[in-house]
Design a protein around this ligand. Sequence first.
Ligand code: C2E
Ligand code: MG
Ligand code: MG
Ligand code: MG
Length: 274
Amino acid sequence: AAKRDGGNRVRVFDRRLGDQVRARQQAEDDLRAALGTDQFVVHYQPIVALDDQRVTGAEALARWQRPGHGLTPPQEFIPLAEETGMIVPLGRHVLSSACTRAAGWQSAGRPLGVTVNVSTRQLADTGFAADVTALLASTGLDPHLLTIEVTESVWADEAAMRVLTGIRETGVRVALDDFGTGYSSLSYLQRYPFDVIKIDKSFTWSLEDPRTGGVVRCIIDLAGAFGATTVAEGVETVEQADWLRAAGCGYAQGFLYGRPSAVQDEWTATGTRP
Ligand code: C2E
Ligand code: MG
Ligand code: MG
Ligand code: MG
């Protein structure tokens, strides 16, 4: 009996594994088919200055309108896009949409910044720097209004870092996202200039823990020492915003101010939070 059960378990396991392999293959096929269609949309989430609550910019966040699956969040397709290299065309689309949108705000008299997530895989692509330059030229967007958001894992790739450094020299800003959650090394901060450190949601959500509070104060000081600013992510409560403001954090982003959304008429028009 034991043997028969064991056999069944193996078959159940096999079947589940088969399902997973098929689902992944299907997602990959769907993703490839979606490139060049209008299935990828970009949502924008406001970033506000903590001192006066004014919207100063927005982060571009990719969404996939996958047929039969609804609006699919990035965790469900960005990793796959990175593994398969499809992040290169997909990322180009996000960057192009974001520059076009921000150039629209700029010409409407609302020069808001736009922050775009860029994978190391994209920076390693030989055309990336030229794409950025061409987009800035064709849209007329002020380079200082574009921020490229990377994670500290990019430091491990010297070629990617050279590309990023070159782009920064044209006036584009660089933000370090999820800082302190990966393999941070202070020596990299010395070696590679940056403009913004983003404080991870996991820190924002446990500021009342004295150790977390200490770490966050330390990150804010560290950014200051390098002439950079800080943006706290995941700000959901007034208490979190008050704590961060008192600690000297410059900017905040989170559901307290606005969720990522396709429509931004309210805060782009008035400059106040929605
Ligand atoms: P991220 O760069 O750390 O972006 C911030 C994430 O936090 C976004 O999730 C945003 O919706 C979420 N968030 C912001 N405020 C709050 C809050 O107050 N509460 C909660 N619970 N969440 C909040 P999202 O849009 O699901 O994106 C997840 C990740 O996917 C991003 O994390 C980024 O790493 C990646 N991603 C998104 N768009 C792109 C893209 O175009 N290219 C690349 N390479 N990665 C992208
Ligand atoms: Mg981000
Ligand atoms: Mg990011
Ligand atoms: Mg983050």
